[in-house]
Design a binder for this molecule. Structure first.
Ligand code: THU
Length: 165
């Protein structure tokens, strides 16, 4: 028997420590939360993907009364990115979320953003992984008011991942 260890190392930056380009990506993800269609969860998620050509492709969560027909912000963004720019590497994805649930009504909007970052769900990790495996690493920037977690790749969020058959 052999024991193997899986470790995930990530960095946490203050907003001001990010490069101007990364601040722009995070701001775009935050801005996109405004386009979320979330009448059921009232949890508004935005995603912004930096393409290899420097362009930003955006997404937000879109819910449906038939719940499983909904789509997360990350998949909305990466499917849109691949549809607009087939074959182009996706260099980075930024994700942000806010909700007014459990907040006093007068809470300023900025303070409704998650204190700690949210991280993509398993299905979004799997979908993003496919593009990463095909076109190279996608850095992940997870916005939280207390700091932005930065991971080097989607695979670092999905150990022992399934990519080929
Ligand atoms: N959601 C996302 O869009 N991305 C995530 O990373 C987590 C969850 C959405 C799905 C649903 O519309 C709402 O947030 C609550 O789960």
């Amino acid at each position: 028997m052999e024991e193997r260890k899986i470790e995930t190392i990530y960095k946490v930056y203050g907003y001001d420590e990010l490069t101007a380009e990364d601040r722009e990506l995070v701001d775009a993800a935050k801005q996109m939360t405004q386009t979320s269609f979330a009448p059921y969860s009232k949890f508004h998620v935005g995603a912004a993907i930096r393409m290899d050509n420097g362009n930003i492709v955006l997404g937000s969560n879109q819910e449906n009364a038939a719940f499983p027909s909904s789509l997360c912000a990350e998949r909305t963004a990466c499917f849109q990115a691949s549809a607009l720019y087939p074959g182009m590497p996706m260099r980075k994805i930024a994700i942000a979320a806010w909700t007014r649930l459990h907040q006093p009504e007068e809470t300023p909007h900025e303070l409704c953003f998650q204190k700690k970052p949210i991280s993509p769900c398993g299905s979004c990790r799997q979908a993003l992984l496919e593009y990463e495996a095909a076109y190279g690493p996608i850095e992940v920037l997870l916005y939280g008011r207390e700091g932005i977690a930065v991971l080097p790749s989607i695979a670092s969020l999905l150990p022992l991942c399934f990519t080929t058959f």
